[in-house]
Design a binder for this molecule. Structure first.
Ligand code: GLU
Ligand code: MG
Length: 447
């Protein structure tokens, strides 16, 4: 019996006791949409071993469920196996009777499928481990609710707790019951917008958690008569929903972003990792801001970090360096990538960021000078002198950088890289000529 099947046998009793009858197996496609198949609990041990059949066509699914045609990618022919990650099998607190597990994709011959996003993350994590490095990561989740919105009132307003308190309490309770450690929750800037942040974990767990958090928020919202949107923009004139990624780099118990003699107390390795990420940021934008709609959110002075620079606690830098309370800096110091949103496939995001950072370590890169202001208010000559530029302002521009990224191509491998490019190109064409309002309308309820 394989480890997965043994894990499933073991988990069965606990699941049955928790009242679980059906298990949803999820994956996220290259367009950033979470998709699923489900199996009755009793079939889990068998399926943990043999997998559930699924079509490779999902590699080229677009946000509107149309299918892009691309040579060697997707298509109606062939079949893959979806295998549940038993360590993450979780009864869904807000949907009694259901459990969830993220799934890996394998070829029918039992080899990991080259288009599998979770195995891409595993490869990158292993690449870091080979150098004695490990990463902690965590996503912030922002969302907006509608229709018949709750949470009207001032940005971060205590008054908004009056009508949204019971709702947020249910979100926190459900996440906690599912073993997700909630760090913070609050009403965000826009009326009807909220945010929850969860504890940092290994990169694969962080990406899995992002999927689970969104599904949980969606379900709790539904129970409150609301619909949750994680789209980059939910109204044409509003502030966006970010999907900021926090990360720190460790060697054993040593946080490499702290206690060194480099910039802001980073160690040479910590600085090199962040420098690698900063260098690849224009290409990473095509991964973390993957949709035409993403570029409607990326506005200056909206805390979305649209300039390629870094700065201590600078919320307008794409890479914000966060040290936290002085007496806990050795544990808490981390970096936050603010430009990303939740149209992004979180597995592609964490894997690509690790690849970019490790390339920085390999080349012992140094960070440029830090920037301590909102670049939108700076003189353009000054920005040019400092090498600070706007991140891509369109998907097409970002994809140009991605195509030129030898680091990301090599890390993903030709198959995954090709599928991602096929989907980006097809979505760019899909939304060509649409107005801002039409793009927002078409994507609002898709992520
Ligand atoms: N909503 C902002 C965004 O689109 C982020 C606000 C914040 O920094 O929390 O990224
Ligand atoms: Mg926020």
């Amino acid at each position: 019996m394989t480890d997965r099947a043994a894990g499933a046998e073991q988990a069965m009793a606990g699941m049955a006791e928790a009242g679980v009858r059906v298990v949803a197996l999820s994956w996220v496609d290259n367009a950033g949409v979470s998709r699923m198949k489900a199996v009755p609990l009793g079939r889990l041990p068998q399926l943990a071993d043999h997998g559930v059949g699924m079509s490779p066509v999902f590699d080229t699914f677009l946000v509107d469920d149309s299918v892009a045609r691309a040579d060697g990618h997707g298509g109606p022919v062939g079949d893959l196996l979806l295998l549940p990650e038993m360590n993450r099998l979780t009864p869904l607190a807000a949907q009694p009777g259901w459990a969830w597990a993220p799934a890996d994709r394998f070829s029918q011959d039992g080899a990991p499928y080259p288009g599998c996003h979770r195995s891409f993350v595993n490869r990158m994590v292993q690449g870091a481990a080979d150098l004695g490095l490990r990463l902690l990561m965590g996503f912030e989740t922002e969302w907006s609710v509608g229709p018949g919105r709750i949470g009207d009132g001032p940005a971060y307003g205590l008054s908004r707790l009056a009508d949204s308190g019971a709702y947020l309490l249910d979100v926190v309770d459900a996440l906690t019951a599912q073993g997700v450690e909630v760090l913070q929750v609050h009403p965000e800037y826009e009326p009807g917008q909220f945010e929850v942040s969860t504890a940092a974990d290994g990169p694969l767990c962080a990406a899995d958690t992002a999927v689970l958090v969104r599904h949980t928020v969606r379900t709790v919202s539904h129970a409150h008569g609301l619909q949750a949107s994680f789209a980059p923009l939910t109204t044409a004139s509003g502030i966006g929903n970010g999907g900021h990624l926090h990360l720190s780099l460790w060697r054993g118990e040593e946080n490499l972003l702290h206690g060194g003699s480099g910039a802001r107390g980073m160690t040479a390795e910590g600085e090199a990792f962040l420098a690698g990420v900063l260098r690849s940021l224009p290409a990473l934008t095509a991964i973390g801001c993957p949709a035409p709609a993403s570029y409607l959110r990326l506005a200056p002075s909206a805390w979305a970090g649209v300039y390629r620079c870094w700065g201590w606690e600078n919320r307008e830098a794409a890479l914000r360096f966060v040290t936290g309370p002085a007496d806990r800096a050795s544990r808490c110091t981390n970096a936050e990538l603010k430009c990303f949103d939740q149209a992004a496939n979180p597995y592609l995001v964490v894997g690509s960021v690790i690849a970019a950072g490790l390339a920085g370590c390999e080349e012992a890169l140094r960070l440029p000078e830090e920037y301590g202001d909102d670049p939108a208010h700076a003189d353009t000559d000054d920005l040019e002198r400092l090498g600070i530029e706007r991140l891509p302002t369109s998907l097409d521009e970002a994809v140009g950088h991605l195509k030129g990224s030898a680091v990301l191509r090599k890390a993903m491998g030709d198959h995954l890289f090709g599928s991602v490019l096929a989907v980006r190109g097809a979505e760019d064409s899909l939304f060509a000529g649409r107005t801002r309002a039409e793009t927002v309308e078409a994507t609002r309820w898709r992520y």
